[in-house]
Design a protein around this ligand. Structure first.
Ligand code: MG
Length: 268
């Protein structure tokens, strides 16, 4: 890991959301001071999420309600990463968007030849975190994959945390399809390097000038490691110090929460 650029001099902070800047619907006290300090330092902050059920607009709305002003360029989702991946690897191909309406709209806005009504000629199946899942969608995905379509998925998460526990996520839906077809998808969101590489490409920023901040080792921190950017693990969400022991995933920095990170990057 090239540790050449000090945290204070980073030009881009990529921030996970849940467990990092807020918990559920409660913004952490240190989030706004951190964002202010980063701005004073001239650094960009981009919010990164694996959640492929909601659109960028949904997230902008949620953040604004919490008092964080942001625009479309400040939020990066696994659906956007998927669109960039499709553009780079399967340009122009017909895509079955197996996911929510929000996911389909976002793909279409990004110029992807996507449909939610497959006719059997689609060359790619892109599975998302489909909170509007129906049996016919799973059936269509399996048929296409059986006939040779490329199987991609927006995010690997098996479950999505909610206030009273969890709900099944994209990774679990993919397991069902894998069980039927015998084929596993290529996952695109965190921890795949392509998620961060997509942001770096979009922003024109070098890996050494960026840092990934998050609360999960196997998605956020692993993603930073895979993309060769420095990482900050915050202990305000899913990970405790005990989890770090025996984990092969090593963050560059470990901090209590976003308030501490804000303090650490302050140039006095
Ligand atoms: Mg998180």
């Amino acid at each position: 890991m090239n540790h050449t650029v000090d945290l204070k001099d980073k030009k881009l902070f990529m921030l996970d959301m849940d467990g990092t800047i807020y918990l559920g619907s409660r913004l952490f006290e240190g989030t706004r001071p951190f964002l202010e300090t980063a701005r004073e330092n001239g650094a960009r902050c981009i919010f990164l999420t694996n959640n492929s059920s909601k659109s960028t607009k949904d997230y902008i709305e949620k953040l604004r309600k919490m008092g964080i002003e942001c625009g479309a360029d400040d939020v990066f989702t696994s659906v956007q990463a998927s669109a960039i991946y499709l553009e780079s690897n399967h340009k122009g191909m017909k895509v079955y968007a197996a996911g929510t309406k929000a996911m389909l709209e976002e793909l279409l806005e990004m110029g992807i030849n996507a449909t939610a009504q497959p006719d059997g000629t689609e060359e790619v199946v892109l599975q998302g975190f489909d909170t509007e899942l129906e049996y016919r969608k799973v059936e269509a995905a399996c048929r296409l994959i059986d006939n040779g379509a490329i199987f991609l998925a927006c995010n690997i998460d098996k479950v999505c945390p909610v206030e009273d526990g969890y709900i099944p996520d994209c990774g679990s839906i993919c397991r069902m399809i894998e069980s039927a077809t015998g084929k596993a998808p290529h996952f695109i969101g965190k921890p795949e390097a392509s998620m961060i590489e997509g942001v770096l490409k979009k922003e024109g920023i070098r890996a050494e000038d960026a840092v990934m901040v998050g609360d999960r080792l196997y998605t956020d921190i692993a993603c930073g490691v895979n993309a060769n950017v420095d990482t900050v693990l915050l202990l305000s969400g899913e990970t405790s110090l005990n989890d770090l022991e025996g984990s092969g995933i090593v963050p560059t920095y470990i901090m209590k929460d976003i308030a501490q990170l804000g303090y650490e990057i302050r140039k006095v």
